[in-house]
Design a protein around this ligand. Sequence first.
Ligand code: SF4
Length: 64
Amino acid sequence: MKIILDTNLCEAHGDCVLAAPDIFDLDDDDNVATMLIAEPGEEYRTQLEEAARMCPVAAIRIED
Ligand code: SF4
């Protein structure tokens, strides 16, 4: 799966980290989300859809 994380939109709310902790983390300064796996497999789809839905600024897009 290809995931687009728009770091310009991200306000580091952290909802994506809660929804998909295997995929997202906040950077060391807690300023922006980062991706731990660049192209996650299908097994992460449910987590990723939840993360995209939860993000308050719609910074996460799933493109397959
Ligand atoms: S939920 Fe959205 S705003 Fe919050 S850290 Fe993740 S990408 Fe950034």
